[in-house]
Ligand binder design. Structure first.
Ligand code: CAA
Length: 411
């Protein structure tokens, strides 16, 4: 098998191109919903403060604005806000597992998903766990969820990706911050996407981006992180081809993890070049632009970023019925996975386009001084009672830190 893999099958182990398992059940995404923050900082504000030419942000990295959490928002409130519409539509009766993926964890022991489970009113008979491998975690969660559903197709798994991307003030990474949560309901005979069995995997021990336990901002070697990402694109595609994946021409669309939206362009150009395909900028833009509309105004949402890209693609005007989408998930450190999904006929009736646009449009613009103040907020660590100012107009809030315990409540 060559690195560019001219196979047309959708997977190995007797699977077929439509994502089934040799005539068995199809498993994939039944519903997809995202939530973001109360506030938004336009990049024009950041540029005016630090003297950067705005073209670097708008064109160079492809970012217009970044979501900024209110004082009483965090990964739990966003996770519950993203998942609540899914629970409202499908009920909780078949959800027996919740996997919350994050790299901006709030506790070293207790899973953030347990708080979300409580806010969502899910049944006690649920397994809840947190998963971490940088921005890749949600894709691991999705794959593990698929296994659970294959084992018992009557069960659904709620996968939630929730992150606040936070770098040091005045660092190069600052312009690529953001925050959001994506909730994904995984089940049999899905309404949106069938996930195909073939997957390309890649792991390399690199220090491109990391966050030691004693820090609340990430450390990053910017240029190293871009090279590590591109290496991972190559490695995961090579393995995908060797596992009997589709050929590049089979895909109607590609969706990449977007730490900043221009990274998707770098990644796709790299993949085309690696596979010996011509790299035409207009064509690359045509393929990728529909996947960047949410991320360009939300910023990096780490684990959720790929799935905001997917939501943007599905919510776009293009009719993707029965078409294949290639998805590339990258998590620094690093682990990557290239996998494929086919779009289910009738998918548009199940989309949440209006709610997604509202989640973005409802954010309140803040000035640079307010953003800086929010960025620098922290709690004393003495176990005292610290109520959090009521700022969010979202459905859930982080209302206090008391006796070292985080208190959440519906708003
Ligand atoms: N007009 C138009 N373009 C301009 C410009 C202007 N006035 N000024 C600069 N640019 C362009 C540059 O030419 C450059 O483009 P290319 O990448 O195509 O060469 C782009 O703007 C960025 O400029 P710099 O490289 O000089 O910017 P920087 O030194 O500030 O670093 C960064 C950019 C490395 C992305 C930095 O923001 C960073 O460290 N971000 C965090 C790390 C990150 O996101 N890494 C991505 C891979 S890791 C990953 O994916 C996991 C994850 O989620 C973190």
């Amino acid at each position: 098998m060559s690195a560019n893999g001219n196979h047309t099958q959708g997977g190995n182990n007797g699977s077929n191109a439509t994502g089934g398992t040799g005539g068995a059940i199809a498993v994939g995404i039944e519903d997809l919903s995202f939530a973001t923050t109360e506030y938004v900082l336009p990049h024009t504000e950041l540029a005016a403060y630090n003297g950067t030419e705005i073209g670097k942000y708008h064109l160079g990295i492809g970012q217009q604005s970044m979501s900024v959490p209110a004082a009483d928002e965090d990964i739990v409130t966003m996770a519950a806000a993203a998942a609540a519409p899914i629970v409202a539509r499908h009920g909780a009766g078949r959800i027996r597992t919740v996997i919350l993926a994050t790299e901006s964890s709030i506790d070293q022991a207790k899973a953030a998903g347990v708080y979300a489970h409580s806010l969502l009113g899910l049944p006690a008979a649920t397994r809840v766990v947190e998963l971490k491998q940088a921005c890749y975690g949600a894709t691991a969660a999705l794959q593990f969820a698929m296994g659970l559903v294959y084992r018992n197709p009557s069960e659904q798994v709620l996968v939630i990706a929730s992150d606040v991307s936070k770098y040091d003030l005045d660092s190069p990474g600052e312009a690529t911050q953001g925050a959001a949560a994506a909730a994904i309901l995984v089940g049999a005979n899905p309404s949106l996407l069938r996930i195909e069995p073939a997957s390309g995997l890649f792991t390399a021990d690199v220090m491109d981006f990391w966050r030691p336990n004693y820090r609340d901002t990430a450390l990053v070697d910017g240029q190293e992180s871009i090279s590590a990402y591109l290496q991972a694109v190559e490695g995961s595609w090579k393995d995908y081809s060797e596992q009997g994946g589709r050929s590049l021409e089979d895909f109607a669309a590609f969706c990449y993890h977007q730490p900043f939206t221009k990274m998707a362009y770098k990644a796709h150009r790299h993949l085309l070049h690696y596979c010996g395909h011509p790299v035409e900028n207009d064509e690359v833009a045509r393929v990728l632009e529909p996947t960047t509309t949410y991320n360009s105004v939300v910023g990096n949402s780490y684990t959720a970023s790929l799935y905001l890209g997917l939501a943007a693609l599905l919510d776009s005007d293009a009719d993707l019925t029965d078409r294949a989408i290639g998805l590339l998930s990258y998590g620094s450190g690093s682990v990557a996975e290239f996998f494929a999904a086919t779009v289910v006929p009738g998918y548009r009736a199940h989309l949440r386009t209006k709610a997604h646009r509202e989640a973005i449009d409802r954010r309140k613009p803040i000035d640079h001084a307010t953003y800086r103040e929010l960025h620098q907020r922290s709690f004393p660590t003495d176990g005292g009672d610290y109520p959090v100012p009521a700022q969010t107009s979202g459905p859930y809030r982080f209302s206090a830190l008391s006796g070292h315990k985080r208190i959440y409540e519906p708003r």
